[in-house]
Design a protein. Structure first.
Length: 335
């Protein structure tokens, strides 16, 4: 259970350190298994020189987690994941920042490497994995990712320091390709996480079986690393716990459909995800955790009609919300 951590800003679009810490405390209190920061939900513009926020937000998250959990972080297996992007030089620079700040692994985006061969992609990934354990990432092409075929994933799984893969192509065929690659390369030590916002619950409840010569091998997607889980996080933790306990019913599947509909509004699917980050901010603003929906990019705002669509899903799916949990503890987190 790993939420993709948002960025708290003031109206002047400067880092709101108090609310940034409050968000991290919220996720820890909700019972997540880690956080991912420096990723899309944190806003890629934190890397711009004029903002200079990449290392500061990584430091702030690690300090807040350590302050809250202390040595319990290691006992609980709480994972700190840093996002890294760009070509090899940039990705290595960001990975070294993460290592310097005590992060456990790097979620590596390959979006910038769109014209690179599988062989060169794997060489790029190996360079990063030499610094920190590697969290692979299949990002859907509709929002800037590239097609990563079965051959690539087989080669990727041969990298010894790969510990996990976030599967987010929003494509059932491509999702199964990744799972098959882990099976056919014998990598049962790679944890699989869903990033398919349109299929979260179905991914978590569906075993995938592949026949290998005279036996059938089964793998499961064990959790999620999701921007959707940056909101209503405590309710999502409880849902994941029920699934892991084997409590899968028609009600669970119905909640999956509700979550997909809610995600469509929050992530602004009808406008090709243009309002996805402001949509996350809007939920957190209504809960009092953020002061506004501001982004570093001034053009990144809620889309026309998105706020009313969010009104609709809040009314329709109260069981997905954790408003009471947040209201009870918000003052403590904002101290």
């Amino acid at each position: 259970m790993i939420p993709a951590h948002p960025l708290a800003l003031t109206a002047a679009r400067r880092l709101d350190e108090r609310r940034q810490r409050a968000l991290t405390r919220y996720y820890v209190a909700a019972g997540v298994g880690g956080i991912a920061i420096g990723v899309h939900t944190t806003q890629f513009a934190i890397r711009d020189r004029r903002h200079g926020l990449f290392e500061p937000v990584l430091m702030l998250a690690r300090e807040t987690v350590d302050e809250t959990l202390g040595r319990r972080r290691e006992r609980k297996g709480f994972a700190l994941i840093a996002g890294a992007v760009g070509h090899t030089r940039q990705a290595l620079r960001e990975t070294l920042v993460a290592a310097r700040n005590g992060y456990d692994a790097v979620l590596l985006s390959l979006a910038a490497m769109e014209d690179v061969s599988n062989r060169d992609l794997v060489r790029h990934c190996r360079a990063v994995a030499d610094v920190l354990p590697l969290f692979g990432f299949y990002l859907q092409p509709a929002v800037g990712g590239r097609v990563l075929d079965f051959d690539f994933w087989c080669r990727f799984c041969e990298i010894e320091n790969v510990v996990a893969i976030k599967i987010a192509p929003f494509d059932r065929y491509a999702t199964i390709d990744v799972v098959r690659a882990t099976i056919e390369t014998g990598r049962d030590d790679i944890a699989l996480y869903t990033g398919n916002d349109d299929n979260i619950v179905a991914d978590l409840v569906t075993p995938i079986r592949v026949r290998m010569r005279k036996r059938v091998v089964q793998r499961r997607i064990v959790g999620g690393l999701l921007g959707q889980w940056a909101v209503w996080t405590h309710a999502a933790v409880r849902l994941l716990a029920r699934i892991k306990q084997g409590a899968v019913s028609s009600r669970t599947l119905a909640l999956g459909a509700a979550l997909t509909d809610a995600n469509g509004a929050i992530f602004d699917v009808r406008n090709n995800f243009a309002g996805s980050i402001p949509g996350i901010h809007e939920i957190l603003r209504r809960q009092g955790l953020l002061a506004g929906t501001w982004c570093l990019d001034r053009t990144e705002t809620l889309s026309p009609g998105q706020r009313s669509d969010i009104d609709r899903i809040i009314r329709a799916y109260r069981e997905l919300s954790d408003d009471a949990f947040v209201a009870k503890r918000r003052a403590e987190w904002l101290r």
